[in-house]
Design a protein around this ligand. Structure first.
Ligand code: AMP
Length: 303
């Protein structure tokens, strides 16, 4: 099923205990699309400013499956830029700055050729933009969204409406608590189900993730990684691995069993991404490496 994503394409500055990078390619949509492209084609709808470097476009092109015809370049505007800093064991991060740039303007235009997309991922961006994208996709069969503290705090009404229109939500455990007021992850996830979605995937960093579905629950650990270099994009590459798998799966993509496999694919993709800064690791990743680690993980979690 044709997969489409909207979200941010950004210029990131990141500090971790392992080093730092200034003005590198980032953004929720970027990480998602790169990850999803390992499973099949992915259509990208996003806006950048005229400062968006050609070298970043070339990096995206290295992932053969990314259809970049929906990336709108706006003259006179600036690309979304974000800075973050990780401390200690990298389980928490501090946002240093968020420069909305094009995000504060109108939503990106969707090419007419993308309107037949069936699988939709609404990566982190303003919920109003996520809603508009959904409305432009009448043939969607599966719609999943991500969100984060900034939007929970600043765009709650749009987010609540979005939750009534999507099949699934992925978010971090602290964001689940912020959204629902419930500190217990399972209780928070169940609360989210009452707000609309059929399933919710709550990510807990190095402690793995939990799928809470109207038909059941599944939990997976994270892939045991010894050296984390930069966790940026872990959530987006998790979602890319998960949605890329679902978009190319034959059969019911919303069953607990299929979603459990999908979150395992997400877990493996994220485990590669955090091995280096920006998209450095994903640009060298091979299908054989992915398959090997997936098999290893599947054997590890079988009880
Ligand atoms: P993750 O680590 O998976 O949460 O994603 C990090 C990426 O999200 C970075 O590359 C940022 O450019 C991007 N990002 C940071 N803040 C936001 C935001 N408020 N909305 C959308 N994307 C964001």
């Amino acid at each position: 099923m044709s997969l489409i994503v909207t979200g941010t394409i950004g210029i990131d500055t990141v500090y971790t205990p392992q080093g730092h990078r200034e003005k590198v390619l980032g953004g929720s949509c970027t990480y998602f699309a790169a990850a999803a492209s390992f499973h099949g084609p992915v259509r990208v709808v996003a806006a950048v400013g005229e400062d968006f470097p050609d070298s970043f476009r070339a990096t995206l092109a290295r992932f053969g499956g990314i259809d970049a015809s929906g990336i709108e370049v706006r003259r006179g505007s600036k690309t979304f830029a974000w800075g973050g800093k990780y401390l200690g064991n990298m389980n928490s991060r501090e946002t240093l700055f968020t420069e909305l740039g094009v995000l504060a303007e109108r939503p990106p235009a969707m090419p007419a050729a993308f309107r037949d997309s069936r699988t939709v991922f609404l990566a982190n961006t303003h919920p109003a933009v996520q809603l508009q994208m959904l409305e432009g996709l009448p043939k969607r069969a599966l719609a999943v969204a991500d969100t984060m503290d900034l939007w929970i705090n600043t765009a709650r009404a749009e987010l609540d409406l979005l939750l009534t229109r999507i099949d699934g939500l992925v978010l971090n455990y602290d964001e689940a608590e912020l959204l629902t007021g419930k500190a217990n992850t399972v209780a928070a996830a169940r609360h989210v189900l009452r707000m609309g979605p059929r399933f919710v995937v709550v990510k807990k960093g190095e402690h793995g993730c939990i799928l809470v579905h109207r038909d059941g629950i599944a939990a997976l650990p994270a892939y045991p990684t010894e050296e984390v270099v930069d966790p940026t994009g872990a959530g987006d590459t998790f979602a890319g691995g998960m949605m890329g798998y679902l978009a190319n799966h034959k059969g019911d993509a919303q069953s607990v069993a299929t979603l459990r496999e999908a979150i395992a694919h997400g877990t493996i993709m994220a485990s590669f991404n955090i091995e280096s800064f920006s998209l450095e690791r994903l640009t060298t990743l091979t299908r054989a490496e992915l398959d090997k680690r997936y098999r290893e993980f599947a054997a590890m979690v079988r009880v």
